[in-house]
Design a protein around this ligand. Structure first.
Ligand code: FE
Length: 169
């Protein structure tokens, strides 16, 4: 059994290879989304402010957006692709100057990533259909979830209760 070390090495290599993901790297933000468009396409479809926030992870100025003090009944949808994201039923007054919700309509519609920018560790949230950046989620929200989804108004559109919502693209 002179070849035993070689055989063992081959088995070990095989095991390591089997555990290594083979997925190739794709640009951040465009991974596994149902709706994929290039930055150039998004630039032509969104307003400059929408593009800066949704595709560039920007943040609108507090108390400057359309929805921080918006109280109508209805659905807040992704401004880029129209996916329903938040209901007015879960919107609450946070005092932050950004529209705030304690939960999404469907947890599968809002994805999250760890954001370590600006020396902070925060949970970034995005539309799970197009990858558009929405805002962040914090653990200081009201009951029943204790979560505060702090969202940029510019990442959202509003559809009044009773009106139909159709996805874009
Ligand atoms: Fe979207």
């Amino acid at each position: 059994m002179k070849n035993l070390p070689i055989i063992l090495l081959a088995i070990l290599t095989g095991l390591i290879m089997a555990c290594t993901p083979t997925r190739t790297k794709v640009p951040k933000g465009d991974i596994n989304y149902e709706l994929v468009k290039s930055q150039e396409e998004w630039k032509s479809l969104l307003s400059p402010q929408q593009f800066r926030v949704l595709r560039g992870h920007g943040t609108e100025r507090a108390f400057s957006g359309a929805f921080w003090d918006h109280k109508n009944e209805g659905t807040y949808i992704c401004a880029a692709c129209n996916l329903p994201l938040f209901s007015s039923d879960t919107k609450f007054k946070s005092g932050t100057g950004w529209p705030s919700y304690y939960q999404p309509i469907d947890s599968a519609s809002v994805g999250s990533t760890i954001d370590r920018s600006y020396g902070m560790t925060r949970i970034e949230v995005h539309c799970n259909r197009c990858g558009g950046h929405l805002g962040h989620v914090f653990r200081d929200g009201p009951r029943p979830t204790g979560l505060r989804y702090c969202i940029n108004s510019v990442s959202l559109d509003f559809v009044p209760k009773g009106e139909e919502i159709s996805l874009k693209y």
